[in-house]
Design a protein around this ligand. Sequence first.
Ligand SMILES: C[S@@+](CC[C@H](N)C(=O)[O-])C[C@H]1O[C@@H](n2cnc3c(N)ncnc32)[C@H](O)[C@@H]1O
Length: 283
Amino acid sequence: MYAVRVGTPWDLAAVGYLEEWVPRFVPYHADLIRELAIAEGASVLVTSAGPGSEVIAAARTVGPNGRVRATDASPEMIRICKEDVDRAALLTPVTCAVADASDTTGAPWDEIICAFGLWQLEDRAQVLSAWASALSPNGKVGILTWGPPDNEDPSQVLAECLQELEPSVPFRQHRINAERDRMAQMWKAAGLSMVRHTIVRHTLNFERAELFVRAMSHAGTWRKVFEDIGQVRMDRVAARFYERMGGPEEALSFQPAATISIAALPGAEVVLHHRPSTSVPVA
Ligand SMILES: C[S@@+](CC[C@H](N)C(=O)[O-])C[C@H]1O[C@@H](n2cnc3c(N)ncnc32)[C@H](O)[C@@H]1O
């Protein structure tokens, strides 16, 4: 039996998150699905699925002989996810359920996926152990998480502006330590072995810096900050951010790093995306 929070900050953020962020995250989701080399017919548990862009990608990959279960703690996210899955008219059986990330109902799973969700899990060690126990013998866990950090990243700059002007406001970075060694330790503690650790980047464009700030107000963590401090104080934080960025009208283009980390049961025989060899240019 798992406790599921009804009415999470993500419920309120859901529609804005879908419009502002998901289209920008799709290339990262595609990287995760490709790196995992998910087999046709596989069973896939997608945890912290949010509105489910990676759910649909996984379902298309496994086809009609596979199965996918998408879970998220936010009922609103799951409502949107289910709507999108229905609209996609997939041949794959897909179930969408409100559940904590530790819920592995339907095990064994050939693949357990978590995109941009690990940083939110207070009981991360327990959740990872639950995933390890729910894997099929040659199954894999694949996570996608922001980092390593970059000081020039606008979300980092916005967080610094908040800290400078509102030092008492509690703020949680949406990032965990994704260094290779830390990830390997994390997996080991859960009874898993890391088999691949990859950093990927895609370009995120915002026509104007103020559109970036607006988009941030739809992400779960920042939405709470906007609500807690109110419009006037948040406008001051935004003004400081615009100073650092060259003005509210300035276009922003950046390539945030995300880490894909894949683990499996010790001794398992796993299939991963094949990376062909390449010629190294002469310097
Ligand atoms: C940044 S969103 C990522 C959504 C989606 N995977 C994506 O990449 O677009 C984080 C999601 O984690 C969910 N979440 C937070 N804590 C959770 C928990 N303990 N169990 C399940 N889902 C959780 C939130 O509701 C939210 O939908």
